[in-house]
Ligand binder design. Structure first.
Ligand code: ATP
Ligand code: MG
Length: 255
């Protein structure tokens, strides 16, 4: 008999350290993400936030530490395996395929499992099916009217939404968002934050890296703070933001 799963922990990052040329960009990072949770991840520029995200998804290899996805140790698994096991990253620097419509950009992401996994390659999924998925996701992120546009025709706010749709197309259990509000107007950022607030669901947790603290405070109940690569605080948003060390490091307040 298979024991029922009791934990709702989707991601457990244990003492992860990433070293570049002898310096620790991430130094003993520890965080946990529950099912259906939106975790805010903040810290000053250069704190190692993007580096930790890249280590979590397998774009770079930590010098030590463990990454547990839904109860499975994936520390030594490759990037493609981690994507297939249920991780996706919407990157800080967005790179849509510029010669494809938004629909095809997302359809390609929806079908990429076939390219990455031999087992999935044996399962026939039609291009039409992938386009249907893509249409649904672009509608979910508010881009239904732009599906036949090309990235170059659209403002940054649309492209940030496209990046989220491309990540969702991978059907991730753990969705990592790296500064999805950066560069947006106040209104666009608020709308995007509303969208992000609705992304966690049963079977999916979301980590949101952001410098826009007013939106982070509004939509995230829990925060993880990193400074100089080291974990500084983890817990309820209001408690974390009140901590003196967080204010000193992140907000630049002196007393
Ligand atoms: N590929 C790399 N090679 C060498 N050093 C790197 C590399 N990537 C990042 N770093 C360094 O690691 C540190 C952390 O960078 P990182 O981009 O992870 O910070 P961040 O918290 O995402 O910052 P920001 O808020 O500005 O996006 C920085 O000092 C950066 O210069
Ligand atoms: Mg970054």
């Amino acid at each position: 008999m298979i024991a029922a799963k009791t934990s709702s922990l989707l991601l457990d990052v244990k003492n992860v350290t990433v070293t570049f040329g002898g310096l620790n960009a991430v130094d003993g990072a520890r965080l946990a993400l529950e099912d259906n949770q939106l975790l805010g991840f903040i810290g000053p520029n250069g704190a190692g936030k993007t580096t930790l995200m890249r280590a979590i998804i397998g774009m770079l290899t930590p010098s030590s530490g463990q990454i547990i996805l839904d109860g499975q140790d994936i520390s030594s698994r490759r990037l493609v395996d981690r994507i297939n096991l249920g991780m996706a990253l919407a990157q800080q620097i967005i790179k849509p395929l510029k010669d494809m419509t938004l629909l095809d950009n997302v359809a390609l992401a929806a079908g990429s499992g076939k390219l990455l996994s031999p087992i999935k390659a044996m399962i026939h999924r039609s291009r039409q099916h992938e386009q249907d998925i893509a249409h649904g996701l672009l509608t979910e992120v508010g881009l239904a009217d732009a599906i036949y546009k090309y990235p170059a025709e659209l403002p940054l706010g649309f492209l940030k939404r496209l990046e989220v749709a491309r990540a969702l197309a991978r059907q991730p259990k753990v969705l990592l968002l790296d500064e999805p509000l950066a560069g947006l107007s106040i209104k666009e950022a608020e709308d995007m934050a509303d969208l992000i607030m609705g992304l966690p669901c049963k079977g999916r947790g979301v980590i949101l890296i952001e410098h826009n603290l007013s939106q982070v405070r509004r939509i995230c109940k829990t925060l993880y703070v990193q400074n100089n690569g080291r974990p500084l605080a983890f817990g309820a948003t209001e408690d974390v933001l009140e901590k003196r060390e967080v204010q000193m490091a992140y907000l630049g307040k002196s007393e």
